[in-house]
Design a protein around this ligand. Structure first.
Ligand SMILES: NC(=O)c1ccc[n+]([C@@H]2O[C@H](COP(=O)([O-])OP(=O)(O)OC[C@H]3O[C@@H](n4cnc5c(N)ncnc54)[C@H](O)[C@@H]3O)[C@@H](O)[C@H]2O)c1
Length: 351
């Protein structure tokens, strides 16, 4: 088998996602074939720094790249403008120019911030994603959405800025704590439900030997959705399956319910909404698979509580809201309803 599975992304510019199992030490060699020698500003967090930064830097420097590294505390609370500005100031003080590059080494928090910093520094420089969480591998590292959080909400400042390469070594997931790995599986399951029944069926096997294949398939699905709708005007909204209700649950819990747990609950509720709207009844298959991956599907909030928070969803348009509902396993649709209808539906189903 080839060392790399290469997935070509055709967005506003073309780039490859290279998926491997154990090739992190080859990053410098790969980059030397693709890019001119330059300085590389690495953004990482303290946990990932201790685990993988040495391998990355050694590999890049052995291939003639000059590395500088900026490390921030791990976690969502770092994903803010202060951290982005400190990274940008660091790059400026190290005289990073437009012919240099940024490298995001870490999960979605690092990827989103490094991407945003490279979108705005010098009006945009190139960046590379080296995802080290399951969520970052299958979702945030591909597609060019970058963002930071502000006090008014998550991801409210950002830019579309595609990376020039995504280099995903799935062996880095071996050090991921089980709860963070599980959270990533909520997004993996989501891809199966929205667009690929075969992926859903493979997930039912719970076979770790299939992980690389499963990750690659998720990236292909994300690639296809991004190619069809890079700027999130239509089809890309399918990726929000389970997220409208999930975000409400996450917010209501004050983030004590994690994103993955909330999305898992949100997907089950979306299936109930779909059934109520006359689409197929796929509540049990969705409930089964999320429970199989260790998620609890109990919703601790009332319909009214969820509805109130869902109204602040970014996707709401005046009095209408678009929810993603399953038509069958492997096929979801965008369903636009009035906010009043959403309220009535939420009250009719058993959350
Ligand atoms: N841009 C997008 O399209 C997009 C899509 C989905 C989510 N996101 C964003 O992604 C973020 C969540 O990403 P995440 O779940 O990767 O969280 P994260 O980046 O906070 O990583 C989770 C934790 O895992 C640790 N970690 C990372 N890699 C590790 C490894 N290999 N071994 C051990 N520990 C490791 C990190 O230090 C951190 O503590 C959110 O901010 C979300 O908004 C963005």
């Amino acid at each position: 088998m080839d060392k790399y599975n290469i997935i070509k992304v055709n967005a506003s510019h073309k780039y490859n996602v290279m998926v491997s199992n154990g090739m992190l030490h080859e990053l410098g060699g790969v980059m030397s074939k693709l890019f001119d020698r330059c300085s590389i500003a690495i953004l990482t967090d303290d946990i990932v720094d201790a685990l993988y930064a040495d391998t990355v830097i050694k590999s890049l420097e052995a291939n003639g790249f000059h590395c500088i590294k900026h490390t921030i505390p791990n976690g969502e609370s770092s994903k803010n403008m202060d951290s982005v500005l400190s990274f940008i100031n660091f790059m400026a003080s190290e005289q990073i120019t437009r012919s240099d590059m940024v490298l995001a080494l870490g999960g979605g928090v690092i990827g989103d911030m490094a991407g945003f910093a490279s979108a705005i520094y010098l009006r945009g420089i190139k960046y590379i994603q080296v995802p080290t969480t399951l969520l970052a591998a299958v979702d945030s590292s591909v597609g060019g959405k970058t963002a930071v959080d502000i006090s008014a909400g998550k991801n409210l400042i950002g830019a579309f800025h595609q990376p020039v390469l995504v280099f995903c070594d799935i062996s880095t997931l071996n050090t991921l704590p089980a709860n963070i790995m599980r959270d990533g599986f909520a997004e993996v399951i989501k891809y199966g439900i929205i667009l690929d029944k075969e992926l859903y069926n493979n997930l039912l096997k719970k076979d770790s030997a299939l992980l690389e294949q499963i990750i690659s398939r998720c990236i292909e699905i994300k690639r296809d959705v991004v190619a069809a709708d890079e700027f999130d005007k239509g089809e890309r909204q399918l990726l929000n399956f389970g997220h409208t209700i999930g975000h409400s649950i996450e917010l209501l819990s004050n983030f004590t319910i994690t994103h993955g747990e909330a999305v898992a609950k949100g997907m089950v509720i979306a299936a109930k909404l779909g059934k109520e709207c006359g689409y197929a009844d796929v509540v049990e298959p969705i409930k089964n698979i999320v429970e199989m991956y260790g998620f609890d599907t109990y919703c601790p909030y009332s319909a009214t509580e969820i509805y109130k928070v869902a109204l602040s969803d970014k996707k709401r348009d005046k009095n209408n809201i678009t929810v993603v509902l399953p038509e069958s396993i492997g096929k979801c649709v965008l369903h636009t309803i009035s906010t009043e209808e959403l309220y009535n539906l939420l009250n009719r189903i058993k959350l």
